[in-house]
Every structure is written in C-alpha cells, then in structure tokens.
Design a protein around this ligand. Structure first.
Ligand code: SF4
Ligand code: SF4
Length: 373
C-alpha cells in the first residue's frame, strides 16, 4: 500500500469531523454566531433573538406531531411557509417541534397563522407545556405494550391550552411518554407515562422449547439467555421428566420489566392487563435541588386506547393540583420537594403504599378516582 493511500482516510476525516455546522446555516444565522446578546418573548410561541450586530431574528415554535412523524407533503408545506414568510430555514427540536426563523415579528405572526391554519399549535415556551416527548413504540420497536404516539396525540388534544399559553402554568411542564417500562423517553420529566405489561408474562411453551438447551444435563453449565436477563431472578429453568428443559416465570417475583421479551419472542402477555404507569417529579435542570428522577405515583391504570380516558384524567388531575398549590416558577419536582411526596399523594387522593415504589407491581392495583363521577 502506498503512503498516499494510507493517508487518504485521515485526510477525509479531517474534512468532515467535526462537521463545520456554520457552513449549513442560512446567512442571517451564520453571521450572528457568537453575537447573540438578548432575547424577548412574544407570547408562548415566538421568541426574538437580539444580536449585537444589530440583527433581530424571530423563531416560531410549532408543536410537531407525536414521535416527529411527518408526511413528506406536510414537510413540503412547512418548507413553503419558511420560504414565503421565513428565512428559508427551519429546524426540528429534540421533542419534535418545528422552528421557523423570520426576520420580523410581523413575518413570525404570519408563520403562526399559517401553522394554525394547518391545525398545528404554536407555543411551548416559558411557563407552558413544552412539546410532549414520545418514543417510537410499535413502528420500529419490538417491546412496546402501549402505542406512545397515539397516547401523546390524545394528550395534546386535551392539553393544547397549556401548550399555547392560553391557560397559564406555574412553570415549565415536560411530559415524556414511553411505550414500555424501558422508558426510552427518559425519567427526568415532570410527568412520565410508561406502558406497563400489568401482569407477569408467560411462555408459549410449545415454541419456547425450541430455543432452550436440548438436554437437561447441561443445566448448571448453561443458562438460557431468557433466564439470565431477568433482573429479579423470576425465571427458572428445570429438568422435565422426559429429559428436556422446561422454563417458567415465578409471577410473584416478576416486576414486569419486559427484559425477557427483549430477548425472546415466545414470552406472551395478557393484552387485557396492559396499562400505563404514571410517575411525577423528574427534572433535568441543574438548578435548585439538581437533576431528579420521576417517582411512581400510580403504578398501573388500564391503557384504554383509543381515548386513554383514565390516563388523561390522572394527568389533568396532577396539573390541576400542581397549578393550585405551586408557587410561581415552581416545577413539579420543586413543588414535590417543597411540600413532600406525602402531601402530594394526599392532595391527589392516591394511597401511598408499597405499590408506589418503583420496581414493584400489583396487577390488582388501580387508582380509578380521577374520572368525573
Ligand atoms: S420505551 Fe419501550 S416501546 Fe418505547 S422505544 Fe423504548 S423500548 Fe421501545
Ligand atoms: S418481565 Fe422482567 S421481571 Fe418479569 S420475568 Fe421478564 S425479565 Fe423477569
């Protein structure tokens, strides 16, 4: 190999890593890099960025669809709006909002009207509900028990006035929704919803035997993978009378984490038990008490697609109680830390018991008092 050939990959990497991101910015943003001096909000969905170059740039924040799923036609419509009224540029936030940049407040307001005419909401800044984060669930994931994007859509339908700022909130509100206990959306949000299997799974005994060791003598030297992944030792393998290997789940030890389902297609769940866990008080900000994980409030309620009425009722109740009791600027985590989890549970009329601790599961437990009577 010649010296030139050996150097080629290194030269190529030098040109592309790190990516010179300013090269891809529109001119009006590129010339202001490092010059931003101030900002000003115009309602819950338009922010004005003030540069010491004398430029003023306006960002319009539009709530995107659940799990950032756009048709190409919708993307083309937003690109046309950015071309007609904006600065020929847009971006997507981590939570799926679309941001379109303009060079005047009047143009930003036109973008807002166009987005609203398409049925999208503009908002999600300051003391509002920020874009709800959703995992992908069934579209690309094998362990989903609840379709997080459809639950998020239902939540948006009910909570839109909090997103647009029409109904004020004490502070920023973040909601994450995950389709299963893996909770890919993360546990550092004010309210976290995760799909929950609601009961210990079982094995499809006819099929699983094909994935187990052929002969019982190897047990002790070989452990089936599906047994190894269980974090609470709830899966047991054993010799069967015919010399083959059997496997079973000890239901009272199972915490419904779904790890066995990750590695085995022959783990089956009772669809009637599928539900949602509700956690509160997560926050990734490092102010005040620092980052905190959300804690289990309601371990299980039925998922009830397509309207998810009990889940929506719980979320609405949490927001109502927080709005009535929190001080200005106090996020749910700060409120919980100030008043104590016991008082939060009392105000929400949720019994505080062993099932409200993470890692425990009672399939008979449900908190159903949130629905209007
Ligand atoms: S939270 Fe569960 S369902 Fe959603 S992407 Fe992660 S593993 Fe899949
Ligand atoms: S769901 Fe989790 S705890 Fe239950 S058997 Fe499977 S791996 Fe074990």
């Amino acid at each position: 190999m010649s010296a030139t050939m050996a150097r080629a990959p290194v030269e190529r990497l030098k040109k592309t890593v790190p990516v010179p991101y300013t090269k891809y910015l529109p001119d009006f943003l590129a010339r202001n890099v490092g010059h931003w001096a101030d900002r000003k909000f115009h309602g819950a969905g338009i922010v004005e960025h003030i540069s010491d170059t004398g430029d003023h740039v306006f960002t319009v924040k539009i709530g995107g669809p659940s799990n950032i799923r756009f048709s190409t036609e919708t993307l083309r419509k937003f690109a046309k709006i950015a071309d007609a009224f904006g600065s020929h540029a847009l971006r997507f936030t981590r939570s799926g909002s679309i941001e379109i940049f303009t060079e005047s407040l009047a143009a930003a307001q036109k973008v807002q009207r166009e987005a609203e005419a398409m049925g999208f909401f503009v908002g999600g800044w300051g003391h509002t509900l920020w874009s709800i984060q959703s995992c992908t669930s069934y579209l690309t994931c094998t362990t989903a028990v609840v379709d997080a994007p459809s639950l998020v859509q239902v939540l948006y339908n009910h909570l839109a006035p909090y997103f647009t700022g029409k109904i004020p909130l004490p502070a920023k509100l973040r909601i994450n929704v995950g389709g299963c206990p893996t909770s890919c959306g993360g546990l550092v949000s004010d309210i976290v919803l995760t799909g929950h299997y609601g009961a210990a799974p079982d094995f499809d005994q006819d099929r699983v035997r094909m994935c187990l060791p052929m002969r019982a003598e190897v047990l002790g030297k070989v452990t089936p993978e599906v047994q190894m992944v269980c974090p609470v030792n709830a899966i047991k393998s054993f010799p069967k009378p015919d010399g083959s290997v059997g496997v079973e789940i000890i239901a009272k030890k199972c915490i419904g984490c779904g790890r066995c389902k990750d590695v085995c297609d022959h783990v089956v769940w009772d669809p009637a038990k599928i539900g949602v866990s509700v956690l509160i008080g997560g926050k990734s900000s490092n102010t005040g008490v620092g980052p905190t994980l959300a804690r289990v409030l309601v371990p299980w309620i039925p998922a009830q697609a397509p309207d998810y009425r009990e889940t929506v009722a719980v979320v609405r109740k949490i927001i109502d109680v927080w709005r009535a009791d929190a001080e200005s600027g106090e996020r749910i985590a700060d409120w919980v830390n100030r008043v104590g989890m016991k008082r939060v549970f009392e105000q929400l009329k949720v019994p505080l018991g062993r099932w409200n601790r993470p890692g425990e599961l009672n399939t008979g437990f449900g908190v159903r008092q949130f629905l209007p009577r």
